[in-house]
Design a protein around this ligand. Sequence first.
Ligand code: HXC
Length: 516
Amino acid sequence: MPEEDPRIVELRSMREKSRQGGGAERIAKQHAKHKLTARERIDLLLDPGTFHETEPFVTMRDDETNPSEKTPGDGVVTGFGNVEGRLVYAYAQDFTVQGGALGEMQSHKICRVMDLAVQSGAPIIGMIDSGGARIQEGVLSLGGYAEIFKRNAQYSGIVPQISLILGPCAGGAAYSPALTDMIIMVEKQSYMFLTGPEVIKSVTGEIVDFETLGGAETHLSISGLATLTADSEKNAIALTRRVLSYLPANNVDNPPAVASDDSPTRMDEELNHLVPIDPYMPYSMHEAIEHIVDKGSFLELQSTFARNAIVGLARMGGMSVGIISQEPSVMAGSIDLDAADKITRFVRFCDSFNIPLVTFVDSPGFLPGVDQEHRGIIRHGAKVLYAYSEASVPKISIVTRKAYGGAYVVMSSKYLGTDINYAWPSAEIAVMGPEGAANILYRKQIEAAADPAAERARLTAEYREKFLNPYASASKGYVDDVIEPRETRARVIAALLALRDKSVSALARKHGNMPV
Ligand code: HXC
């Protein structure tokens, strides 16, 4: 056996040093917090044996501060590999190296994989665990963040960008995920905030803990920043792999179709009994969705933020779809500011990545009130109109019950450019509900009646009879067909297949001016 070439021995030793990141002691500290290292995370994300690392020997520049702080890899592991056999680019910040804080060279490494991802048309997954801008590198680290933010923005809508938050995510570390398509957080382990509890206490006097300020639950339910959460980082990474299975690699690719053992023509009898005869009784739209899409395929996003609206990815006949709806059992499905934002962002995400939109409608309208008006419900509602009007993917809508006034128009109505509009026999499409309409239309008649209450009830019933059915809309072509609820799955899948090659050319412009 010839002696090992010393140059190869040196390479192996340098590789090992790079693999060690911040060293055994800090790795043990990370494990003691029940957190994985950057490399363990990459290994869980990618198919076994597919990871190829880029720039493992990059360090801080020689002229930057203390040489003892130089660690090969500079606090981030970058490279490419496969998820279910499909190429992705990924980076994982290494908390064992200066708390994953971002300096100039770390930012160069991240920008490099972002550039490669876009040039090769593949998703980019960022695994964030970082104290934000690296303090000792000053403006170089701030500039490094700016380089990343610029790419997040410029690559938005070109390749899917997903952020996994796996530890603290402070300052600049929070803004990059906020510019990506999805944020996946880990309960009781990941935090996002611009200024931490200490700074808040000194500036505003408020006392708050990490979890309440910026934990997974806070961002899923209150701020709306988190798209998904998981109870462990292992499950968060598994969720990321699942999300990717619905998405195309880029904006000129189509989402992958999978084989489904759920028959595309399955009739679902239970749906025919879902909507109560009494129009004031709620029912669960979640249940309707689960019955209609491929069994077990619905992945709800932002599930506890604006629970009056539902958005999520699903499959129908094996095809990826974006589901949008109201939840009539929460605030009667009315649309408030947060629901409008939730719907808008999801419609635009799906449209960016060629995912057809399937919209279920049951809403009495926008939420009335001084608070909503003053906080800009017109501006926020306008975003929904903008997003649906702009979306050029196949669009299918199904009115299941109420579609009153603004809610009818904004929720994928025909003349916003929806391709196929269906209604269930329980659909009530009208400018407003019967009580409000009777009071406005027949006020004088009601006041003059011997028994005003009886007259109001009679006129309300008359209005209901005349307007609150799907046939008034179908007779004018505003609804393509009235269908039995049990047929919905088969009719939507047939429409999706018919619209598969839909192509719409938009007028050239720099970009629109969405009312954000
Ligand atoms: C350099 C940092 C650092 C940072 C942490 N470290 N944050 N080094 N720059 N920003 C180092 C620590 O010195 C320590 O080094 C190691 O990382 C681990 O940190 P600990 O504090 O021991 O860990 P922990 O108790 O888990 O707390 C983690 C933390 C905390 C919550 C992230 O470190 C923290 O609050 N850091 C500062 C966060 C912050 O304010 N960032 C904002 C930067 S401004 P040793 O050697 O002991 O292992 C910014 C602006 C960008 O980002 C603007 C863009 C718009």
